[in-house]
Design a protein around this ligand. Structure first.
Ligand SMILES: C[S@@+](CC[C@H](N)C(=O)[O-])C[C@H]1O[C@@H](n2cnc3c(N)ncnc32)[C@H](O)[C@@H]1O
Length: 197
């Protein structure tokens, strides 16, 4: 496995347990910012009737492609290029657009692009699922998330833990309604938004 992430290994099972509650059995899933592909590989292997399309920006695509080729099941598609800075969203709609730990890495502008582009790429009743840490009413949920935010901004001043209310406002504007805000291990959340009919 190239680019192995211990965090992704730790959170892949709790995330899948929740996604499995929300997804239709034969869901087509589009993932944004798949990284090493550990979430994609785990979900596709555990749920053989779904189809999972991992994506990454160009500079991270080779690692993802290599991991999917080495470890992927038949229901995980060859990774595709998708850069939120140059977004070319697929024309075919998906039942779910999923993204983990991307909103706090990319700038707020690209985060907004993820929410709008994701919403546009969903079927009616489709699900936008966003995993990561969030602030609530401007407050971090834990000191460790506040430290993480400082660390992120030290790496890149455009990065940072986003406000739940900011995400919800963008989602609402993109025609989505909040289905659930699920508490996850390690002070993370899994947000689900449904595309309104
Ligand atoms: C913290 S990693 C998360 C990887 C994986 N989703 C996970 O949870 O383990 C953030 C990911 O965002 C991706 N990313 C950064 N900028 C991006 C952009 N402009 N468009 C798409 N993905 C981007 C990175 O390549 C990286 O894989």
């Amino acid at each position: 496995m190239q680019g192995f992430s211990q965090a992704a290994d730790n959170n892949k099972a709790p995330i899948l347990a929740v996604l499995a509650e929300w997804l239709p059995d034969d869901a087509n899933v589009l993932e944004i910012g798949s990284g090493s592909g550990q979430h994609a590989l785990h979900a596709a292997a555990a749920l053989p009737s779904i189809r999972w399309q991992p994506t990454e920006r160009d500079e991270a695509l080779a690692t993802l492609t290599s991991n999917v080729a080495a470890f992927g099941t038949a229901n995980i598609l060859p990774p595709a290029a998708l850069d939120l800075a140059l977004p070319r969203w697929p024309e075919n709609p998906y039942d779910c657009v999923y993204s983990a730990n991307v909103l706090h890495i990319v700038s707020a502008t690209l985060g907004a692009s993820l929410i709008q582009g994701g919403a546009n790429t969903l079927v009616e009743d489709g699900l936008l699922a966003l995993y990561g840490p969030f602030k609530y009413q401007g407050e971090f949920t834990t000191p460790s998330n506040a430290d993480f935010d400082l660390w992120l901004k030290d790496q890149n001043p455009h990065s940072g833990v986003r406000d739940f209310e900011w995400v919800c406002g963008l989602a609402r504007g993109a025609g989505l309604s909040l289905l659930e805000d699920r508490a996850m291990p390690a002070n993370n959340r899994l947000l689900a938004f449904r595309r309104r009919v």
